[in-house]
Write a protein that binds this ligand. Structure first.
Ligand SMILES: *[C@@H]1O[C@H](CO)[C@@H](O)[C@H](O)[C@H]1NC(C)=O
Ligand SMILES: *[C@@H]1O[C@H](CO)[C@@H](O)[C@H](O)[C@H]1NC(C)=O
Ligand SMILES: *[C@@H]1O[C@H](CO)[C@@H](O)[C@H](O)[C@H]1NC(C)=O
Ligand SMILES: *[C@@H]1O[C@H](CO)[C@@H](O)[C@H](O)[C@H]1NC(C)=O
Ligand SMILES: *[C@@H]1O[C@H](CO)[C@@H](O)[C@H](O)[C@H]1NC(C)=O
Length: 946
């Protein structure tokens, strides 16, 4: 990374100071910047001219003011000067510039609008300036892996909007400051979700005042410090916690019983302390995945029976905890259990694992215990058992025992199938899709993961799928991600090599793209990840060498959803449910329940109630930058939920608000329909006199923009057939399978959205009617969109499913012509009827067809497609087919088109997407930042939802 680049002497913020003045129009300073640039040789290619707001790499402006500087991994060299006066700056990301040194200047306080400050993996040193406390808007602060020393400034307690605080991997000393009426402290950070303080030299006891029930912490990472004293019982007040790491300190005394109030905690690490008293009772911590209480001096005791309550547990580490007596057989039947480590205890007697052990069981490590015999045991088991240094391994060994008396090394790099790609030329590596390229390489370190069986490649598949889609969702030109060489470091963290492959025709990422990827990885928040991956950090890549041996777990686009993931997401859904329930207003309670009760899929399918504040936050206060569309009803905003999920939020204008009953109908309808070709509803908000609907975010905009060429995506014939089929399936589902059935009433190309794989999703159910809804026959106003309106419905007000069929027929005609239904005063249905001549080739429609439709393929099946479309737009409803029939016919047409594909070129649907992706990469910097609670930049034009 970056070794090949020339490094520049770069007095970064001095320069930034000048930018500011320059952008305020001081000519003298334009000249000064240019002089400095020339002197220092600072010349990213895009940095030409005198206006940093003119598309300079890594610089984003708003109204000619610099609002974001994002220069991750750009080989910056030098110090931050004291001249910081960028009063509009909101985002500063200088992560992974290892030659940025010196102190963080006190003048940082003058970046008063700063929301996001990421200095991960630089070499800043000296104390954290107390003035940082003046950054009242700061939400994300990461100083991880620098060389900061001295105290944590108490003034940080004033940063009331802080949600993410990461100061781990520094040399900070002394105790954690808490407020006392006159001085501030970190207990005041009640919005904070992350306290990452790992790997410092913090000492003293953990102050009980730090925790209260008002806090919102989810991750508490205090491991690898010098904390002493006991674990304060107040920790049990922070019920939001999902991960607690207090390991590798010098904590003493008994574990407070209040700890078991933390029923959301999935990760609990208390190992390597001096804890005493009874082994803690974890019965009520039912969410636990990973428990490590090893190396403490608890009272000698029998194996605690609380394990049977831990139904989610994958990993149980109780080494050297003075356990005695027999290991209960029931332990091994825990369904999700993968690893049990019980080394160095006094466990004795016969070991009875039984034959009904959990099917995920992978490792039982009982080294250095007192096991004397093996009871009922499974010969053909596929778990590893280690009994080294037990009496059973001494002296005359029977054959069964022998097998367990040697430590067999596990080499995970060979444990999953190697890729079968052909060899690549030197310097290149095969991607999961067998394309040779030069990937972006790093080694990632995960602070915690919910599993421990590194031989289970499905976990890595899930993770690489997640990473791939989170890059793609943000329009990064990423084709695939491969992960390899997993291993544990000495702090129970998981290390992995990551290789990221570029999409499109280039074999490697350019510098700006590289920087953008580092920036995404360095902010530690993975979009769409299940809760139990991360946080993580980067290590320099350990080159795998012989890549044939490498375990390559690929993520192809649209990979399958894995069971493990489902389980995790299920747990998450449960948390959400609990949270949502608390905030429900009575009037919504009922429908909310119905929504949630169906939340059993991989996505949170049930409608969730959002607070106004939540939605405001995730759209950066409904900022212009997040606005992705508008229409008669109001505006659509893009937002990122704290879970990482991207959503589109439809905010109704006051004038166009529906009455509460209509709004309720839409929410109810939407939360009931689940189909991959229908946009799903994530939730809604009914607060502050607002009506907002929160949908899944569909990245590639609508079909209208695609057909008009506006979105830059080109669809060939096969792809168009696929869009027609998908949309038809979505509609057929509404008409025939939804219960009660639903008429959409506003089918049009603007309401068909395309996802990342260009699969269509039908959107906007605003006008939809449930056939069971009362009063629909007494409808007096005809609703719908001109050009798509069913003439029979228009004249008789007789609404049936066939009205949707008519509109769909119009969309089919749009698909082949690329035209809007009414263009230049000409109605598309009439135009086709008039031009069509069935005796001629392509029905004589050559001149009307979209020129882009047949660039790469013969138009096999086109005539049948036109026949079908024309039958859909019959004047009389009775003559039109049902949607189910349309689906069947389209399937046949696709078969014909694919079978007879005597193509000019292969029907390369991928090519059009790749082409699109590489176009898009120009805009790599107008991307959004991951940390959804913070800020989101818009990559304009990539989406719309009407
Ligand atoms: C911040 O800016 C103000 C006004 O320009 C200045 O007086 C103050 O000294 C600056 N703070 C620091 C620490 O430089
Ligand atoms: C903190 O964030 C909230 C919501 O995100 C916002 O309304 C408030 O103005 C922010 N406070 C400051 C001091 O910026
Ligand atoms: C709070 O702490 C500060 C510094 O530790 C100390 O000077 C001050 O007297 C304390 N105030 C009270 C009310 O205890
Ligand atoms: C912290 O603990 C480590 C290991 O116990 C020790 O080497 C180090 O000196 C301690 N540091 C401080 C500042 O007490
Ligand atoms: C552990 O806690 C559970 C629930 O709080 C309780 O029912 C059980 O008796 C406790 N077990 C022991 C050994 O104290």
């Amino acid at each position: 990374m970056g070794q090949t680049r020339a490094t520049h002497v770069f007095m970064l913020l001095t320069l930034i100071g000048f930018f500011l003045i320059a952008t305020e129009g001081n000519d003298q300073d334009y000249i000064t910047i240019r002089t400095l640039m020339d002197d220092w040789g600072i010349k990213p290619q895009s940095w030409v001219g005198s206006d940093p707001c003119a598309n300079w790499e890594g610089i984003i402006c708003n109204n000619s003011r610099i609002t974001a500087i994002s220069l991750a991994d750009m080989s910056l060299k030098g110090q931050l000067s004291t001249v910081i006066d960028l009063s509009e700056l909101q985002i500063l990301d200088l992560s992974s510039n290892k030659d940025l040194t010196g102190p963080l200047p006190a003048s940082i306080e003058n970046l008063t609008k700063l929301v996001y400050l990421n200095l991960v993996d630089c070499r800043f040193s000296g104390p954290i300036p107390a003035t940082i406390g003046s950054l009242k808007k700061l939400s994300y602060l990461s100083l991880k892996n620098n060389r900061f020393s001295g105290l944590i400034p108490p003034s940080m307690g004033y940063m009331s909007n802080l949600t993410f605080l990461d100061i781990s991997g520094n040399k900070l000393t002394d105790s954690i400051p808490v407020s006392n009426g006159t001085t501030p402290g970190l207990d005041m950070l009640q919005n904070a979700k992350h306290f990452h303080f790992s790997n410092n030299q913090l000492s003293g006891s953990i102050p009980p005042q730090l925790f209260s029930s008002n806090m919102s912490l989810i991750h508490l990472l205090f491991d690898r410090n010098n904390f002493t004293g006991s674990i304060p019982s107040t920790i049990g007040l922070v019920k939001t916690l999902t991960a607690v790491r207090l390991d590798r300190n010098s904590l003493s005394g008994p574990v407070p019983s209040s700890l078991s109030n933390l029923s959301n905690v999935a990760e609990l690490h208390l190992s390597n302390n001096r804890l005493t008293g009874p082994v803690p009772n974890l019965t009520d911590m039912t969410s636990l995945n990973y428990v490590d209480i090893s190396n403490n001096t608890f009272d000698a005791s029998d194996f605690p029976n609380w394990f049977s309550a831990l139904i989610s547990v994958t990993t149980l580490m109780m080494e050297n905890t003075r356990l005695q007596g027999q290991v209960p057989r029931a332990l091994f039947s825990l369904e999700n259990l993968e690893t049990v480590r019980l080394r160095n205890n006094n466990l004795s007697g016969s070991l009875d694992i039984g034959t009904t052990y959990g099917r995920r069981l992978h490792l039982i490590d009982l080294q250095k215990n007192n096991i004397t015999s093996l009871g009922q045991n499974n010969e053909g088991s596929n778990y590893n058992l280690t009994l080294v240094e037990n009496p059973i391994c001494a002296g005359s060994q029977n054959n069964i025992a022998k097998k367990y008396c040697n430590i067999s090394p596990t080499d995970y790099s060979n444990s999953t199938p190697p890729s079968n790609c052909p060899a690549c030329s030197s310097g290149q590596v095969a991607s999961p899709n067998c394309i040779c390229a030069k990937p972006y390489k790093q080694r990632l370190v995960f602070t915690f993961v919910s599993f421990s069986n590194l031989g289970n490649s499905s976990y890595f598949k899930a993770l690489s799928d997640n990473l791939t889609s989170s890059f793609q969702n943000k329009s990064h030109p990423v084709a695939s991600v491969s992960l390899s060489h997993p291993s544990w470091d000495s702090f129970s963290q998981l290390e992995l090599n990551i290789e990221i492959f570029r999409s499109g025709n280039r074999v490697s990422f350019n510098r700006a793209e590289n920087s953008a990827i580092t920036s995404v990885l360095s902010n530690q928040i993975l979009e769409g990840r299940p809760i139990n991956f991360g946080p993580y950090s980067l290590l320099p890549s350990a080159d795998p060498g012989g890549s044939n041996k490498a375990l390559i777990i690929g993520a192809a686009i649209g990979g399958s959803v894995l069971l493990s993931l489902l389980v995790l997401v299920g747990v998450y859904a449960l948390h959400q449910k609990k949270r949502a329930d608390k905030t429900l207003s009575d009037s919504i309670l009922l429908m909310q329940r119905t929504g949630i009760s169906s939340a059993d899929g991989p996505q949170l399918k049930g409608a969730r109630l959002f607070s106004f504040e939540e939605l405001k936050k995730c759209t950066n206060g409904f900022s212009e930058a997040n606005n992705i569309g508008s229409g008669g009803y109001g505006q659509v905003y893009r937002g990122g939920l704290p879970t990482g999920q991207m959503v589109a939020i439809k905010r109704a204008k006051r004038e166009s608000m529906q009455g509460a009953p209509e709004f309720k109908i839409e929410v109810e309808l939407l939360s009931r329909v689940h189909h991959k070709n229908l946009v799903s509803l994530v939730g809604f908000c009914l607060e502050h006199g607002e009506q907002m609907l929160v949908y899944e975010f569909v990245p590639n905009g609508d079909l209208r923009d695609t057909l008009s060429g506006k979105s830059g995506i080109r669809l060939d014939w096969m792809r168009r057939l696929n869009v027609a089929l998908g949309a038809a399936r979505g509609l057929a589902y509404l008409h025939e399978y939804a219960n009660p059935t639903i008429i959409h009433r506003d089918i049009k190309s603007n309401n068909i959205l395309l996802d990342k794989d260009l699969e269509p999703k039908v959107a906007d159910f605003g006008l939809s009617k449930s056939m069971a809804a009362s009063g629909m026959n007494s409808e007096t106003t005809v609703k719908g969109t001109l050009g798509y309106l069913d003439p029979e419905y228009y004249m008789t007000q007789k609404l049936t499913e066939k009205s949707d069929v008519y509109s769909f027929g119009v969309v089919m005609l749009e698909l082949i012509t690329g035209r809007s239904p009414i263009e230049k005063g000409m109605y598309i249905v009439r135009l086709i009827r008039m031009t069509m001549d069935k005796t001629k080739d392509l029905y004589n429609l050559d001149d009307i067809l979209d020129p882009f439709i047949g660039l790469q393929t013969e138009l096999n099946g086109l005539e049948k497609f036109v026949d079908l479309a024309m039958s859909c737009v019959e004047e009389l409803q009775d003559k039109r087919p049902r949607m189910g029939e349309v689906v069947k016919l389209l399937e046949k047409i696709i078969q014909i088109a694919a079978l007879n594909a005597t193509t000019k070129n292969p029907p390369s649907t991928a090519a059009s997407y790749e082409e699109y992706a590489s176009q898009d990469s120009k805009d790599i910097y107008s991307r959004d930042f991951d940390y959804s609670g913070v800020f989101a930049f818009e990559d304009r034009g990539s989406s719309s939802m009407t």
